[in-house]
Design a protein around this ligand. Structure first.
Ligand code: GLU
Length: 233
């Protein structure tokens, strides 16, 4: 086995809490036990809620806990150009599409679904727009988000190091947004782009992230990259 590379990826929107420290500890121990590499990524893309003070507090707390990292910390916000390029690759290969539905329209449809007692899902209407219309509207400056085109058939399956074999049918996944209309990538997109760039081999994180994993695996596949191993603690 090549050296495992794991990362702890806190968002600097508050102090390091015990749950985060626990996740960091598992990553640290896994790296040390397997002669691997322990990395830190500060997920500071939420500009309004992330502060340099909180980043400093997290770095201090890691030092205090003795969780020494093996390479300089990576700051997610610095990867923005690469995130955008990866979104561009997904658009070029038709793994993603532009969605012109406005927040108001989406809200109305969500409320409609609620009134009918149905679960809300994006209905994929912009997925069917002809390319010429998409180009015309984008060129005219109409705002759009970018959604991932979840394959209609099939499922996503992985052998979780904690939960065992886990399978989610594609039809349970929405065509989720990967880039907001202001041009910023969403969490799932940035994480996959960064984990690929950092050569992360094992993602060890809290099981509050379980529902993100099938989406992230689909992103890996669409970017033609082998997904890492996952352990949801
Ligand atoms: N930044 C995320 C969090 O603080 C973690 C992302 C991940 O481990 O994939 O919950």
């Amino acid at each position: 086995m090549t050296k495992p590379r794991v990362r702890f990826a806190p968002s600097p929107t508050g102090h390091l809490h015990v749950g985060g420290a626990r996740t960091a500890l598992f990553n640290y121990l896994f790296a040390r036990h397997n002669d691997g590499v322990f990395l830190l990524r500060i997920e500071d893309t939420d500009r309004e809620r992330s502060t340099p003070e909180m980043t400093a507090a997290i770095l201090d707390a890691m030092t205090w806990l003795g969780l020494e990292v093996d390479e300089p910390p990576v700051f997610q916000a610095e990867g923005l150009d690469r995130h955008t390029q990866d979104v561009g690759r997904l658009l070029d290969t038709n793994a993603a599409y532009r969605c012109f539905c406005t927040p108001d329209e989406l809200k109305q449809r969500r409320e409609g679904a609620r009134a009918r007692g149905e679960p809300y899902r994006y209905d994929g209407r912009c997925r069917e727009l002809p390319r010429s219309e998409v180009e015309k509207r984008a060129e005219a400056g109409e705002p759009y988000a970018i959604r991932f085109a979840v394959p209609k058939e099939g499922d996503v399956s992985w052998d979780d190091m904690v939960h065992g074999k886990t399978t989610i049918a594609n039809k349970e996944l929405d065509d989720f947004i990967i880039q907001r209309s202001d041009g910023t990538p969403v969490y799932n997109m940035a994480v996959v782009s960064d984990d690929i760039a950092m050569g992360v081999s094992h993602v060890l994180r809290g099981d509050d992230h379980l529902s993100n994993t099938p989406k992230q695996i689909l992103l890996y596949r669409a970017l033609v990259h082998e997904p890492p191993e996952f352990a949801h603690l």
